[in-house]
Ligand binder design. Structure first.
Ligand SMILES: O=P(O)(O)OC[C@H]1O[C@H](O)[C@H](O)[C@@H](O)[C@@H]1O
Length: 279
């Protein structure tokens, strides 16, 4: 695929990266995983995404940070416990279908090597459309090409860069959540929503906009096509135990994931779009 005026391909270790720089923003997409690694709008030149200093770029293990594409399941597979968490497309090499310059930025469309894999029945066309504009819009489109309905789970598992997890607050969630760190207890979302321990929560609510308030700096996240927002920070002990995170890596990241955790049905010949917009 020929890059356009605003795009170039470079190689990092075993991975090809698509750099995009247009009049509005800078972004970087790893073809391994169809995985966005960077987004910096030019109006403030602030990096929105966090990538671990110790992330693997070996084209085998998932990249820690950025926006992993979890599909067609989220977390462990429901019945086949030997299968990789979060599905199989985040460890595939994706192909660029098109790069297009528009009035408002650049649109890149990618597809995984294959959407078929152990643990998922379904004939699907899976496409990721990334609009790099003043804001970043990510659309994961699942089209059912078969003649029977299918069900999938998924997440745009975004890692946001913050200056200090202990000072930051997440605005916009208010109902109950399921707490994975406490045996999936159903608890009330704290008001204010601040962070002082390992956090792994599924919020089954769909507020239009969430905001990470990092002191005076605010990052807005808009979601659609989801049934849940997942909020994750591994905190210190887990960071230390993870080979692809520095011991204090947890201090400068917060995952706010636009997710499908309850099963999304897709009828034959229809497309479901999971979308996240980052401002
Ligand atoms: O380490 P990974 O497979 O990338 O998963 C990282 C995290 O993803 C989600 O946020 C899950 O809710 C967590 O339970 C999991 O630890």
């Amino acid at each position: 695929m020929l890059p356009t005026d605003s795009t170039t391909i470079i190689t990092r270790d075993n991975i090809q990266l698509l750099h995009i720089e247009n009049a509005f923003a800078y972004a970087e997409i790893s073809l391994f995983g169809g995985h966005i690694l960077s987004f910096k709008p030019k109006h403030d030149h602030r990096e929105r995404l966090w990538v671990s200093q110790h992330a693997f770029f070996d084209a085998k293990k998932p990249i820690r940070g950025g926006i992993p594409v979890c599909w067609p399941w989220f977390g462990p597979h429901k019945s086949k416990t030997n299968l990789a968490a979060h599905g199989y497309v985040r460890t595939q090499t994706w192909q660029i279908i098109s790069c297009e310059e528009t009035r408002t930025g650049t649109t890149v469309t990618l597809k995984p090597h294959t959407s078929k894999g152990d643990g998922f029945e379904g004939d699907v066309q899976l496409v990721l459309v990334v609009h790099v504009e003043q804001q970043l819009t990510i659309q994961l489109c699942t089209t059912n090409l078969g003649d029977t309905p299918l069900t999938y789970n998924s997440a745009l598992h975004s890692y946001f860069a913050i200056s200090d997890i202990k000072q930051c607050e997440l605005l916009g969630l208010s109902k109950k959540y399921s707490d994975k760190t406490r045996g999936y207890q159903i608890l009330d979302t704290p008001q204010a929503y601040k962070f002082n321990e390992e956090t792994d929560r599924v919020h089954q609510e769909q507020p239009k906009t969430l905001t990470i308030a990092d002191g005076e700096i605010k990052t807005d996240i808009m979601s659609s096509g989801h049934d849940s927002i997942v909020v994750w920070n591994p905190w210190q002990e887990k960071s230390i135990s993870m080979g692809d995170m520095s011991d204090d890596g947890y201090l400068t990241m917060l995952c706010v994931e636009t997710a499908i955790t309850q099963g999304q049905d897709v009828a034959p010949n229809t497309t479901h779009v999971l979308q996240q917009i980052i401002q």
